[in-house]
Design a protein around this ligand. Structure first.
Ligand code: TXA
Ligand code: MG
Length: 359
């Protein structure tokens, strides 16, 4: 598929962004303003339980073009459409397969995106020309209030500049989107911290393209057999790519990142050695865990949390990657984490951030 940018991707017009702090302001008033912005064809960043989303009316080609422009996103990477009521599905998809109904009953609202055959109402710019569309019903109460006020299906990618780690805090959103969108709704830190699970319901068995908060075992428990795209934990050849988002370098900090492999001792030795060998003008950083923090003494050292707590590590990953940027890290050494059902999403993002580079 040719990589193309929409013609209006550059330059991005400066916008006078309205900011609403939902912990301090009148929520109803904020939602009324932001709902109207969506109806008028504008863009609004809103909180979800996974990461912040950059939303626009999914049924308007012009509104959707503004999303690609604000993010600098390639036009061949499709967007997820967000709903607040399953009754909206009938306008968006050609049919809801039985297994999709079962998963919706079990995990919606929640961090699960299901790909289904699209309806004619969805513009090509949302699906990047594919005959399928990804639908998500988020569980965050503020996402629900915003979608209800918009009274439209809302197309929304993660609200980061394309290629940067997804935003999990208001501060991340302000860094990336101030002046590029019409409004920003700020709530607390995103709970899950990694983007939703993306599963293609048009294949048999259904295929997980992007692991996320609803795990492969969660899905198997409801619909039985599930395929997992090989891209979940290893680089994929372009010809193997079924989900366009898998081929882009994602979640990347500005510094060069590598993953150290081996036992805890071997990882610590490799990382300490790597830090020692840096030139004085390089700024080394280490992504450790609570259990291994005391093995490191030199460089910028952050902990992802406890190795026993995959949810905590997932919740903190993108914030740590952004912190490395803020601290000027040029060379980042991360410890590997064992792959289990509960760490698959975390590992997927970690390896992508490192461009699958291992020491
Ligand atoms: O948690 C989330 O899903 C967040 C929040 C804001 O809801 N959204 C999000 O969107 O992560 P985005 O655009 O950053 O990632 C969407 C992913 C991309 O990898 C894209 O290629 C894939 O889903 N995708 C979307 N529609 C697809 C389709 N019809 N077929 C295959 N892959 C699709
Ligand atoms: Mg994204």
């Amino acid at each position: 598929m040719p990589e193309q940018k929409p013609e209006n991707a550059q330059p991005v017009p400066e916008k006078d962004t309205q900011i609403f702090d939902l912990n301090a302001e009148d929520v109803k008033q904020a939602m009324a303003v932001c709902g109207k912005i969506i109806q008028d064809g504008g863009t609004v960043v809103f909180p979800t339980e996974t990461v912040y989303g950059l939303g626009a009316n999914a049924l308007s080609t012009d509104a959707v073009a503004q999303i690609y422009a604000a993010k600098g996103r390639p036009g061949d990477n499709p967007l997820i459409v967000h709903i607040y009521d399953t009754a909206q599905l009938k306008d968006l998809v050609a049919e809801v397969p039985d297994k999709a109904k079962k998963l919706a009953d079990a995990y919606w609202p929640g961090p699960l995106t299901m790909i289904m055959k699209r309806s004619d109402k969805i513009p090509d710019s949302v699906t990047a020309g594919l005959d399928t569309v990804g639908i998500r019903f988020p569980s965050h109460p503020m996402a629900h209030a915003f979608l209800e006020a918009s009274d439209r299906p809302v197309a929304a990618p993660s609200a980061n500049i394309s290629g940067r780690p997804s935003p999990t805090k208001g501060q991340h959103v302000l860094e990336d989107m101030l002046g590029k969108v019409d409004a920003i709704l700020i709530a607390d830190e995103s709970d899950v911290g990694l983007e939703s699970t993306v599963i293609d319901m048009t294949t048999e068995p259904p295929t997980v393209y992007r692991p996320g908060g609803i795990t492969v075992e969660d899905i198997k428990a409801v619909i039985g057999e599930v395929a997992v795209s090989p891209g979940a934990v290893k680089p994929v050849e372009l010809k193997e790519v079924r989900s366009p988002g898998m081929k882009y370098r994602h979640y990347a900090p500005k510094g060069k990142m590598v993953i150290a492999r081996g036992s805890l001792d071997e990882m610590a030795d490799k990382i300490n050695e790597g830090i020692r060998k840096l030139h004085p003008d390089q700024k080394g950083a280490i992504l450790a865990t609570d259990e291994t923090l005391d093995r490191y003494h030199k460089g910028i050292i952050l902990s992802l949390g406890s190795r026993k707590d995959p949810s905590e590590m997932s919740h903190k990953l993108f914030d740590c990657l952004r912190a490395f940027d803020d601290l000027g890290a040029t060379d980042i050494f991360a410890e590997d984490i064992p792959v289990t059902n509960d760490t698959l999403a975390l590992i997927n993002r970690l390896y992508k951030a490192a461009g699958y580079t291992f020491i």
